[in-house]
Design a protein around this ligand. Structure first.
Ligand SMILES: [Cu+2]
Length: 411
């Protein structure tokens, strides 16, 4: 209702102005004045309006800056974020200064040099000094900005130090999954063909390969059975589709078998250094935790389309591109708890967002990030179940020395 009223007021306002203009035109005609004649008083009026506009314009600009300043991101919670904020600020200062000087001059000249029939304009078709000045000054400023920016960029994207911890963030339409390397500190190999409900990242282990092959075999059996039973009554298109599906399953299975051979050979040859030997203890979780003041190397992958891993409060962003692994290194410097105090918001959470429009639910593609002291982080990590603790209890671990026979589960 309020909106309707506002629209109505605006529409009536426009109509009133139009009518006023019409009245002005008619009275001018009655006074015998031609519409295209512009008097000195018209010009002076315009000149004053220019100055008025200049003041109102900059006043409004400054008011907006002050009024909405709290909508800016709060202090950066990562080491490199402080550098990027500084870089951005320097650029803003330069922009503001140039913006103010040029626009004030623009309006000032328009008002100051109002048309005067007794004044002759200065005719200056070319001036080498001026040309040089307005070429060299922006060039120097630009070179400065670029060198400064490149220095920061190189610092941010330089390779992680060898003792940086590694975390994987995995994007798919429309959520994020985090993976930690587990006790051995090494991420297991992955293959998208192994992805299923229990293995959302397609981690390669002997068990996950066996499970996936069984699943595919069962699916193939079911389709073949369906064809055998209903071949006579099936529409031809459906029959062709089912046969194609069987072929596809057979091709995928053959590739997984090849992957299994590769895995076995690689483990036999490289033993502990083989990436295939490190999948079982990987930790796959839907929540993202990081210890404070520790360098972290994020490995960023996508299952389907291009996404973008964006943690605004840590000033971190990197595309997630299907078929490749991108990385981003950072050092979180403020815990979630401290940030809550800084923001005066007890419910504040860091978030990992998707910053690439990737489909219908893109807006909701996010995962909370908890930055905490290292001991709290270690406690949390210790409570997470390894990716493959489940189907067959593997080799007995140190935990079997406990008195009870109850299965060891941690939550
Ligand atoms: Cu996305």
């Amino acid at each position: 209702m309020m909106t309707l009223l506002i629209v109505l007021v605006v529409v009536l306002g426009v109509m009133a102005v139009a009518q006023l203009a019409r009245v002005y035109e008619l009275t001018a005609k009655l006074r015998g004045k031609r519409e295209e004649d512009i008097t000195d008083s018209d010009n002076r009026m315009n000149a004053r309006l220019m100055w008025l506009f200049c003041v109102a314009y900059f006043g409004f600009f400054i008011w907006l800056l002050v009024r909405y300043n709290d909508r800016m991101l709060p202090v950066s919670a990562s080491e490199h974020g402080v550098w990027t904020d500084q870089l951005l600020d320097v650029n803003w200062y330069i922009l503001f200064i140039v913006f103010f000087i040029t626009n004030i001059l623009l309006f000032y000249f328009a008002g100051r040099y109002v048309y005067d029939r007794n004044r002759r304009a200065l005719w200056q078709p070319h001036n080498n000094k001026l040309e040089l000045l307005w070429t060299i000054v922006p060039a120097v400023v630009l070179i400065g900005i670029i060198i400064y920016g490149l220095t920061i960029w190189n610092r941010i994207t330089s390779p992680a130090s060898p003792d940086a911890m590694v975390v994987e963030v995995y994007a798919k339409q429309f959520d994020w999954t985090a993976r930690y390397p587990g006790a051995d500190g090494i991420m297991g190999a992955t293959d998208y063909r192994l992805i299923n409900d229990q293995n959302p990242l397609g981690i390669v282990t002997p068990a996950s390969i066996a499970t996936r092959l069984d699943e595919l075999a069962a699916e193939r059996e079911a389709i073949l059975k369906d064809i055998a039973q209903n071949e006579q009554v099936m529409p031809p298109a459906k029959l062709a589709e089912s046969r194609k599906r069987v072929e596809r399953i057979e091709r995928t299975s053959a590739r997984i078998i090849r992957l299994r051979t590769e895995m076995e050979q690689d483990i036999a040859m490289n033993k502990e250094t083989s990436p295939y030997a490190h999948g079982e203890d990987d930790i796959v979780v839907k929540e993202f935790h990081l210890p404070i003041r520790k360098e972290v190397k994020m490995l960023i992958r996508s299952r389907d389309v291009i996404h973008s891993a964006y943690i605004p409060h840590l000033r971190a962003q990197m595309n997630a591109v299907p078929g490749m692994t991108t990385t981003f290194n950072m050092v979180p410097t403020i815990t979630t708890d401290s940030m809550r105090t800084v923001m005066n918001d007890p419910a504040f959470e860091f978030i990992l967002l998707c910053n690439k429009i990737c489909g219908a639910s893109h807006y909701n593609m996010q995962m909370a990030l908890v930055v905490e002291p290292e001991n709290a982080y270690n406690d949390w990590l210790a409570q997470q179940k390894p990716f493959q603790a489940a189907p067959e209890p593997a080799a007995p671990s140190a935990m079997t020395t406990t008195a009870t026979e109850a299965p060891v589960t941690t939550n």
